[in-house]
Design a protein. Structure first.
Length: 306
C-alpha cells in the first residue's frame, strides 16, 4: 500500500479536534487507481524566468523510463484552480511573520477571482483553518494568524494532500510558505517525500529561512535545511528562496503566473504497467537556436496495481 493511501484515511477527519487525534493515531485503507492516461504537469520558463505560453503538442517530447511516449493531449488555459495555502505559524517564524503574511496576501490577490482556496496553519500540529472558500474569507484568516509552538511541516503536507481530494476543479496547486524547519511531525522526511512523489498537483514553496545571528551556538551555525526544494521539485513545482524582502512581490506574482500557465500533457504508456512501481518521466521541448528554456515537470508516478 502506498504512503498516500495510508495518509488519506489517517487525516480524513482532521478538521475537528477529535479527527486530529485520530490522524495522529494513524490508519490504513486500500486504494486502487485505474486510468489509461498519465497526466504530467509541466512549466516552461525562458531565460528571464517568464512563463512560455505559446507552445503546442508538437513542441513537447515525453519520456517514461527513458523511452519516448506518444503524447495524446496538451492543454493550457487560465481556468479556475483549486489552491491549497499552507502557512508555517510556528515559533521559528516569529521574526518572519509579517513577510509570511505579505507573501500569502500578494499571492491571493494575484489570483483568478473564480479560484477556490483552503488554508492550513501549522505549529506543533497542523490546523485546517479554512476548507475551500473564496478570497475574502481567506484574506481575513491570513490577517488573524498567530505565531508560536513547534513545527510539524511534514504532517501539514499530509493534511493538505488529503484536503485536496475535495477540490472542485481538475487543476490544482499547493503553496507552502515556511522556513523549512521541522521538529514535531509524526511523519518522517522520507515518508513525506514518498507522498509528494504520488500527488497529481504541483507544490510551490516560498522559503523564508534566514541564518540566525544570536542565540545558542547550534542555532547560529544551523544551515538552510533544504527540505522545501525536495518537496516541490518532484511535483513539477518550484522552491523560491526569499533572502531579500524586495524580491517578495515579483516572486509571488511569478508563482501565480506559473501556476496559471502550466501545461498538462497526457499520454498512454507504450508499455502498460500494473506493477505498483515508480516510473520516471522526463519532458523535453524543441527549442530554436539561441532559445533557452527551463522545464519543471512532475518527475514520475506509481503505476496502479490491478
Amino acid at each position: 500500500m502506498t504512503v498516500l493511501a495510508r495518509s488519506l484515511v489517517a487525516v480524513a477527519v482532521a478538521a475537528t479536534a477529535a479527527a486530529q487525534a485520530s490522524f495522529f493515531r494513524g490508519g490504513s485503507i486500500n486504494i486502487r487507481l485505474r486510468s489509461d492516461l498519465v497526466l504530467i504537469n509541466a512549466s516552461v520558463t525562458d531565460s528571464r524566468g517568464s512563463p512560455v505560453t505559446n507552445l503546442d503538442i508538437s513542441d513537447f517530447h515525453v519520456f517514461e523510463d527513458g523511452k519516448e511516449q506518444d503524447i495524446k493531449s496538451c492543454s493550457r488555459e487560465d481556468a479556475p484552480i483549486s489552491i491549497g495555502l499552507v502557512l508555517d505559524t510556528s515559533g521559528s517564524m516569529g521574526d518572519k511573520v509579517n513577510l509570511m503574511k505579505e507573501a500569502a496576501i500578494r499571492f491571493v490577490r494575484a489570483a483568478n477571482p473564480a479560484d477556490e482556496y483552503f488554508l492550513i496553519e501549522f505549529q506543533s500540529r497542523p490546523q485546517p483553518a479554512l476548507s475551500f472558500t473564496d478570497t475574502d474569507r481567506l484574506l481575513e484568516a491570513i490577517g488573524r494568524v498567530q505565531i508560536g509552538g513547534s513545527t510539524a511541516l511534514f504532517d501539514a503536507v499530509y493534511i493538505a494532500a488529503n484536503e485536496m481530494r475535495h477540490a472542485a476543479y481538475p487543476r490544482k496547486a499547493l503553496l507552502i510558505v515556511s522556513d523549512g524547519m521541522n521538529n514535531h511531525s509524526r511523519y518522517t522526511e522520507r515518508e513525506t517525500k514518498r507522498l509528494v512523489s504520488e500527488v497529481d498537483f504541483p507544490i510551490y514553496t516560498i522559503n523564508l529561512w534566514r541564518p540566525q545571528t544570536d542565540g545558542n551556538r547550534w542555532a547560529i551555525q544551523r544551515r538552510d535545511p533544504g527540505v522545501l526544494e525536495s518537496l516541490s521539485a518532484p511535483t513539477g513545482g518550484r522552491d523560491y528562496d526569499i533572502r531579500d524582502p524586495k524580491k517578495l512581490a515579483p516572486i509571488t506574482e511569478l508563482i501565480s503566473l506559473e501556476i496559471r500557465h502550466q501545461y498538462v500533457l497526457g499520454y498512454a504508456p507504450a508499455i502498460k504497467n500494473s506493477d505498483g512501481k515508480y516510473h520516471k518521466v522526463r519532458v523535453k521541448i524543441d527549442a530554436s537556436p539561441g532559445e533557452r528554456f527551463t522545464i519543471s515537470n512532475r518527475a514520475g508516478y506509481y503505476s496502479p496495481i490491478p
